[in-house]
Design a protein around this ligand. Sequence first.
Ligand SMILES: [Zn+2]
Length: 284
Amino acid sequence: MSESVPPFVPVAGSPAATADDQWFPTRAGKVLIVDGLDGPRPLTSDQAAALGDALGTSLVLGRVEGEPGHWWTADVGADFDEFTAPVDGLMFTDLRSMMATLDPLIWNIAGRATQIGDWYRDNQRCGRCGGPMQMSDSERSMTCPVDGFSAYPRLSPAVIVLVEHPDGRALLARNIAWSMPMYSTLAGFIEPGESLEDCIHREIMEEVAISVADLRYFDSQSWPFPNSLMLGFFATYVDGEITPAPDEIADAQWFAPSELPKIPPRGSIARALIDDWVRRGDSL
Ligand SMILES: [Zn+2]
């Protein structure tokens, strides 16, 4: 959520390693951190070096404007044991559990680490001919030297929409996949060929069978679970009776700001949409 030039500058290729470098190694979507009294921290360059062969190929993520050194990730071998490694306080953790404890910029870098790690691990072989791929030095791509096929880090854009009723209520829904009784805004992935607006109208019709108008862009958020880009909108209800799609939505209702159910935690764009709508209702 930036309104100006972001402080993180992505870097591809192989910049020289320095003592100021910081590391978020990953394994199967989890991030290796150093856990201390002041919360989770990335590994220093010395700590990363101490792990030796346990770390696979070094992958640079980028740098923070105005700070020395680069941020790196690497795949951690399956037989690596964080409890016997020569660095104190190592633990694997997931991005969700660090959302509340890490500075948002640092959490975002950890999310970059899992996504760049996934991209490198999943594109060792060409999807067209099956031959070995090579990492480009000039851009973030894996390329096949035989047929030129290139694989870039995958991003899956999705719309997330708070539907407002003209009477002041908002539509929140509970997904059948959620174990907790939480209600949130509607969301869905964009299909090839769709505009953002096409996707919003289709998703809302599919999930709750209502039509909307007056789409208003709100904000966007990188959502590394595993590789989404959430594009947040408000929309206004026009017509139809809420009819939840049985294979996706357990329940959907209109809620007034004063009678909200359990909603997503702060830090998510779903929560930011809901908070913005409540705030506007309060000021009427
Ligand atoms: Zn190939």
